[in-house]
Design a protein around this ligand. Structure first.
Ligand code: PBG
Length: 308
């Protein structure tokens, strides 16, 4: 009765990594219990998660190096295995909410989220590429688009492009306040998506800035975002809090790979009680104001809730 914050499996979105091929289940060493799956095996994993009460997933593609190019053209290619996987998963499990990643980096030979020319990220030239990718994902049946690229103006550009293409029902969870963080390391290793040159500081936010998050949020909100995300989560609880206080749409947070890896490592060393520390971390993100949390702990948390 006096507990102020409720945390349940319903608040969680489970990230899954997929790669092209058959019978693949490769564990990501820095995220034990998380795997790169091929389509035929990911279906059983999703079913297992559904049985634990998880009904929201975000799907990230690992793309073979030889399919990457400067314009990320594979991201909307007709024979793209990720788009096919979206269609198969949604057909198999129409009841789940499936979220995508919209950014160039998994498909870009430069490993950046935008188009690179002479070492500079070209913001406006990137937008039509993101729009093609988004329409292709919407066409495949994705429920929620997740633009993680941080180009300026992309939410409005994507919303217009989607509406014109007939996908007004596809929603957008904007990566609104995404910081240039060191905590993305294990994710980039899992997908082989690290930038080949330079860093992402010209488009991702400076960890020192809080008021700037309000500017980013104001833009995404005006441009038509349905939900706004803060990323990472635990080092940015104050950012989650101010967005929740200032905007009346759902606020989500990404409990990123590096944050989870710290707890996994402590568990392996016997330094922390895994279930207790993982639950406390998720609760703190909820308490800060996140309605939804993207977290690699989703499945273990669901098992923990079920068994306790
Ligand atoms: C890239 C993207 C990243 C993550 C999600 N989408 C990495 C990056 O910006 O370099 C990180 C997620 C995580 O660390 O768990 N578009």
């Amino acid at each position: 009765m006096v507990e102020e914050t409720l945390l349940g499996v319903n608040n969680l979105i489970y990230p899954l990594f997929i790669e092209d091929g058959n019978d693949i289940k490769t564990e990501i060493l820095s995220l034990p219990g998380n795997y790169r799956w091929s389509l035929n095996l990911i279906l059983a994993e999703i079913e297992e998660c559904i049985n634990l009460g998880i009904d929201k997933f975000v799907l990230f593609p690992a793309v073979k190096e030889e399919l990457k190019d400067v314009t990320a053209s594979y991201s909307y290619a007709d024979d793209n295995y990720y788009l096919n996987a979206i269609a198969v998963i949604k057909k198999e499990f129409p009841q789940i909410s499936l979220m995508s990643d919209v950014a160039m980096d998994p498909y870009s030979s430069d490993g950046h989220d935008g188009l690179v020319k002479n070492g500079v990220i070209l913001n406006d030239e990137t937008l039509p590429i993101l729009a093609r990718m988004s329409i292709a994902q919407a066409q495949a049946g994705i429920d929620i688009l997740g633009p993680s690229d941080m180009m300026d103006g992309r939410i409005g550009f994507l919303r217009d492009s989607l509406d014109h293409a007939g996908y007004s029902q596809t929603s957008i969870m904007a990566y609104t306040a995404k910081y240039a963080s060191a905590f993305y390391g294990p994710f980039r290793d899992a997908l082989g998506s690290a930038p080949k040159n330079g860093d992402k500081k010209s488009y991702q936010m400076n960890p020192a800035n809080k008021r700037e998050a309000l500017i980013e949020a104001e833009l995404d909100y005006q441009e038509g975002a349905d939900m706004m995300m803060v990323k990472p989560a635990t080092s940015y609880l104050d950012i989650i809090h101010i967005l929740k206080e200032n905007f009346d749409i759902p606020i989500t947070a990404y409990n990123v790979s590096g944050e989870c890896a710290m707890i996994y490592a402590a568990r392996q060393n016997g330094w922390l009680d895994y279930e207790a520390s993982m639950s406390e971390m998720l609760m703190s993100i909820r308490r800060a104001g996140a309605d939804g949390i993207l977290t690699y702990f989703a499945k273990d948390f669901a098992k923990f809730v079920k068994n306790s």
